[in-house]
Ligand binder design. Structure first.
Ligand code: SAH
Length: 349
């Protein structure tokens, strides 16, 4: 694979253009062109500069190869990377804007029992430019005039963002940069399975991104049954890290809790969650498990889900049951890709 121009900050791009003998204003043209999701070969720079860039950089490091549109307008995409690997993304349309869910790794090594992304383990990290390019491509599809096509970003596609820290950090810097897409860090949410030390690190960055933690259990024993990462960090260590995050950023944090029938949504689990979280500056987001065919776990039904929601509300927690978007086009994280790889012989070129 060649290098990826989208990995570069505007400052680095400016230096590169100078090194290649291009005029300084070309850096701005390139940066703006890339932000619009263009290939290098589609950006209007002079021929010599374009040739030297194309010799060294991927013309189009991320390409949308499939789009599915749901009845509610949710769109799912399969992105093909330059080495033939596949990742997926989603765009959800809300009244206040469009939220894109992006992937940070090809596969994942966290091993959560309910998740399709981790079935084949970690293939590789995405570079910051490969994460940015997912947003640039989708933004270009939905932008109109000066209006951005993507207003909010959630790092909830495949991969564990805090397991790819440096690339995710550069992505957040570049995508929020003025002169680029300029998406405020406050409109970016990062979801983690709970890598506590990296949460402290994130708190020091000064961005105030929304921190979401995948909790999915009310005690360590239960969490270890479905999330191997629970063997490394206890819930109490994670809560400490979250409190530190709040202290540093003033941002309330969110817990994701997928309702798994017979596993984590009984009365006793509600009681434990309430005593863990009551009075904390947090919100609990209940999700009905998306059943993954390779996994044996099944979702709580509607009745169980509302009963659990009611118990947490009565216990004084701030809690919602996430509305389902795009249910008719299938797929929690990883399902679309897993389906594609199954149909297409491993997704190789
Ligand atoms: N690795 C990060 C982000 C990716 S997953 C994390 O663990 O948070 C994004 C969210 O989808 C996480 O909360 C994850 O636990 C959840 N998820 C994964 N598989 C799911 C499934 N089958 N049904 C419902 N939610 C799922």
């Amino acid at each position: 694979m060649k290098e990826i121009l989208q990995d570069m900050s505007f400052e680095r791009l400016t230096e590169l253009v100078a090194e290649l003998g291009g005029k300084p204003f070309r850096a701005k043209q390139l940066f703006t062109g890339l932000m619009k999701g263009k290939k290098i070969s589609e950006i209007n720079v002079d021929g010599a500069l374009r040739e030297s860039l194309l010799a060294r950089f991927e013309d189009e490091p991320v390409r949308i190869i499939k789009t599915l549109t749901a009845a509610d307008g949710t769109e799912k995409y399969l992105f093909r990377l330059a080495d033939g690997n596949i990742v997926e993304g989603v765009l959800m349309k809300y009244k206040y804007g469009n939220t894109q869910c992006v992937s940070t790794q090809v596969g994942c090594r966290m091993g959560c029992k309910f998740c399709a992304s981790t079935l084949g383990g970690l293939v590789r990290n995405l570079t910051s430019g490969e994460i940015s390019a997912q947003v640039q491509k989708v933004n270009a599809l939905h932008a109109s005039g000066k209006e951005r096509g993507v207003t909010n970003i959630v790092l909830m596609g495949s991969g564990e963002p805090l397991d790819n820290y440096e690339n995710v950090k550069n992505f957040i810097k570049n995508i929020s940069a003025e002169g680029g897409l300029n998406i405020s860090t406050r409109n970016i949410s990062l979801s983690t399975c709970g890598l506590a030390p990296a949460i402290y690190k994130l708190a020091e960055e000064g961005w105030g991104v929304n921190l979401t933690v995948s909790l999915h259990a009310a005690d360590d024993e239960g969490r270890r049954r479905t999330m191997p990462v629970a063997n490394r960090y206890t819930i109490s260590e994670i809560l400490k890290a979250c409190d530190y995050y709040f202290k540093k950023t003033g941002r309330r944090y969110i817990f994701e809790y997928a309702l798994i029938s017979g596993e984590n949504c009984g009365k006793e689990h509600a009681a434990k969650l309430i005593s863990l979280l009551k009075g904390k500056p947090c919100h609990v987001n209940l999700i009905r498990l998306n059943e993954v065919k390779e996994r044996k776990l099944s979702s709580a039904d509607e009745k169980e889900a509302y009963r659990f929601l009611g118990l947490l509300e009565e216990g004084g927690l701030s809690v919602t049951l996430r509305r389902r978007t795009g249910a008719d086009i299938g797929g929690a994280c990883g399902q679309l890709r897993a389906g594609y790889l199954g149909e297409n012989d491993g997704g190789q070129p």
